[in-house]
Design a protein around this ligand. Structure first.
Ligand code: FES
Length: 154
């Protein structure tokens, strides 16, 4: 996560994508990628910048699971729960990760180190089960390899 102010990220996004409704998702994505989540204040600023309502920005932000409106940990683990991964044991992997981290899916470890989420298909069905760790794909997981990968996160 960068330490840049949200206003700077939004302004750079507006310069790149425009100040209109079409730019909202791209700016939201930039803010989420840099800061780990999009706050209420950031959504209001994006709305003002793109000349749309705050409700419109909020509905876009909450529609896409890859954008978080809640603060996340320093690392984001997203385990796929769609059909191919489910059939190859993603439920067991999730249970192992939850036990290892001491949190449930959707939560962040108390030290703010790791947020665990589930997601829909990430395009690695032929190598399932799969997860993304800070946008890096990991595939053909077992409960043991998934926990090993997550334990290695600083
Ligand atoms: S179903 Fe899991 S990657 Fe496609």
């Amino acid at each position: 996560m960068s330490g840049r102010p949200v206003s700077q990220i939004i302004e750079e996004g507006a310069a790149r994508y425009g100040r209109n409704q079409e730019a909202v998702l791209r700016i939201l994505t930039d803010v989420d990628r840099e800061l780990g989540s999009v706050s209420e204040e950031a959504m209001a600023a994006i709305a003002k910048c793109c000349r749309v309502s705050s409700a419109e920005v909020q509905s876009v932000a909450t529609f896409y699971s890859f954008i978080s409106t809640k603060p996340r940990g320093r690392h984001l683990v997203r385990l796929c729960r769609t059909i191919s991964c489910s059939m190859k044991g993603s439920a067991g992997i999730l249970a192992a990760l939850e036990k290892d981290l001491g949190i449930a899916a959707g939560q962040t470890t108390p030290d703010g180190r790791i947020t665990l989420e589930t997601t829909s298909c990430i395009g690695l069905c032929d190598q399932s089960p799969a997860m993304l760790v800070d946008d890096t794909p990991h595939s053909r997981l077992t409960p043991e390899t998934a926990c090993e990968i997550v334990r290695g996160l600083k």
